[in-house]
Design a protein around this ligand. Structure first.
Ligand code: ATP
Length: 282
């Protein structure tokens, strides 16, 4: 039976940016997801230790996004389970998963382009708002205090991500790399203890992706959360992740430290083809 959902604490008295609860161990056990005749994931198991960066890699169609969608509550498991601490995630809707402290970003940025960076970040606070953001004349003192606290929290997150100077700027005027930061900021605004990042540096130049790696390191250090990262950019993944799980055709083919998976023959075969794997092993 699923463990009861523990809602994250309220906004009152919170520090500027703090995770709602300490990160928990994430345990994926025997996870299978089928879409009709397609098996997107087949008996995948791995564990993400609290406070670590764990990468999911694999060629196109390997099942990485499907896995993130299950972790975030968007897709149901056909078989198997996912536990975050004591809670069984696969039994929960995405809003309940968010209530446990799990937040995600999307492969394709999904921001409100006409709105400011601040307004987009505040969307991430909605679940924690008691009163919503009302027009000035309708605000009681308690509502004003709450709104100020939410704005301070998102300002702190913007500072951490290096986009504080853009808070009043409409998103449609931003460079791609900054939009990616806003997307991450919106997820962080919910004060998650587990952050799921789906291709955070897709489409970025090498320099931009290095900057993003520094930002993610700082986010992890300052907020003390766990990060599950899906990304195709290998130098980025290998420089950032402590553990790597490798998928191919929906199956786990390897796991270990970046150094271990980089020389794993199965991984080389999946990425480069059998002959290249043979050459590399020789
Ligand atoms: N909603 C869906 N309905 C049907 N098939 C799906 C669905 N989502 C994913 N699939 C299929 O599941 C398999 C795994 O896809 P998935 O997107 O998870 O792979 P991926 O590793 O994230 O790939 P990429 O790196 O290209 O994003 C693919 O065969 C895909 O076509």
């Amino acid at each position: 039976m699923a463990a009861p959902v523990v809602e994250t604490e309220t906004v009152r008295g919170e520090p500027a940016i703090a995770t709602a609860q300490p990160p928990q161990q994430l345990r994926v056990e025997g996870l299978t997801v089928r879409f009709g005749g397609i098996t997107a994931l087949s008996e995948v198991s791995f564990t993400v230790e609290p406070g670590t960066v764990h990468a999911l890699i694999g060629p196109n169609g390997a099942g990485k996004s499907t896995l993130v969608n299950v972790l975030g509550g968007a897709y149901r498991a056909t078989e198997g389970s996912v536990h975050y601490g004591d809670a069984e995630l696969t039994a929960l809707r995405s809003d309940k998963v968010a209530g446990l402290g799990v937040a995600r970003t999307f492969q394709n940025i999904s921001l409100a382009l006409e709105d400011t960076v601040e307004d987009n970040l505040l969307v991430g606070r909605h679940r924690l708002m008691h009163r919503g953001l009302l027009p000035g004349a309708l605000k009681l003192p308690g509502a004003r205090r709450e709104e100020r606290a939410h704005r301070e929290t998102v300002a702190g997150i913007a500072e951490l991500l290096g986009i504080a100077h853009l808070l009043r700027t409409p998103v449609h005027t931003l460079a791609y790399g900054d939009r990616k930061r806003v997307e991450m900021g919106r997820a962080l605004a919910a004060r998650p203890s587990l952050l799921l990042l789906d291709e955070p540096v897709a489409g970025m130049t090498h320099g931009e992706s290095q900057d993003m790696a520094d930002t993610i390191r700082q986010v992890r250090r300052d907020l003390g959360l766990s990060i599950v990262l899906v990304e195709h950019d290998m130098p980025f993944v290998m420089g950032l992740a402590e553990q790597v799980t490798v998928l191919d055709f929906g199956k786990k083919i390897a796991e270990g430290t970046p150094a271990q998976v980089q020389r794993d023959p199965e991984v080389l075969r999946a990425y480069l083809g059998a002959s290249a794997a043979g050459d590399a092993a020789a």
